[in-house]
Write a new protein. Structure first.
Length: 229
């Protein structure tokens, strides 16, 4: 069979160059990969370099559970997607005190609390409050201070905000069960620092410290936090 004489020969490409091109294409097409065996999350290199823009007034953040693992999920803020830990009971529409569930619904940030002895002053437009050694949160439904901050004595029960494990070194207080406060409908639901491996929370939403710092710098008092099942 005679070959056409007007074809331009294609130069051979070195194997290592071919491999490099394929690797670049694979990296460009990679998105959020769920590595179920390790329970970790790999975010694309483009997302890792992306700086979260300040959310516009009335903007929103979405939190959704991860399929098959109700105590882990994803938070979407603008174009940024970050992994989060959720309550050990998953997301619950009918949140009750002590059930380990993260409440479903739409909430607003109230203020930022931080440990000034461990972290620099957060960059945020939200009200700020330093955490003191006596600061705590009332979790007793029969107490008139239920689901409110108070100064706790050594003999009083309550969720102490001054912790050794660093989970409350930085946290966002949200308006869950505040208007009105209803007994047994849940208390001390925050957005705070995650445990290693995104271990389950008691009902809060938890992020890596660097993601939480970025979030705090971008949200406003009008940012809607939407938690879905």
């Amino acid at each position: 069979m005679n070959m056409p004489t007007n074809l331009v020969p294609i130069p051979a490409m070195a194997p290592n160059r071919v491999a490099a091109i394929l690797l670049r294409r694979r990296a460009r097409s990679r998105t959020c990969k769920d590595t179920r065996a390790s329970g970790s999350w790999e975010i694309s290199h483009r997302q890792a370099r992306y700086r979260m823009p300040r959310l516009s007034p009335g903007g929103s953040i979405r939190v959704n559970p991860r399929p098959g693992r109700r105590s882990q999920g994803l938070m979407r803020a603008g174009l940024r997607v970050v992994p989060v830990a959720l309550g050990r009971g998953g997301v619950k529409a009918n949140k009750r005190e002590g059930d380990g569930g993260t409440p479903r619904g739409q909430f607003l940030p109230v203020r930022v609390w931080w440990r000034a002895d461990r972290l620099p002053r957060p960059q945020t437009s939200l009200p700020l409050r330093r955490i003191g050694r006596a600061d705590a949160w009332c979790e007793d439904p029969a107490n008139r201070r239920y689901n409110q901050a108070f100064e706790r004595s050594a003999s009083e029960p309550g969720d102490r905000l001054w912790r050794d494990d660093g989970l409350y070194d930085l946290l966002i207080e949200i308006d869950h069960n505040t208007k009105p406060r209803v007994a047994n409908r849940g208390s001390a639901v925050f957005i705070h620092v995650a445990r290693p491996g995104f271990a389950p929370t008691a009902g809060c939403v938890a992020l890596r410290l660097r993601d939480l710092q970025m979030l705090i710098s971008r949200i406003t008092s009008k940012t809607r936090i939407k938690i879905h099942r």
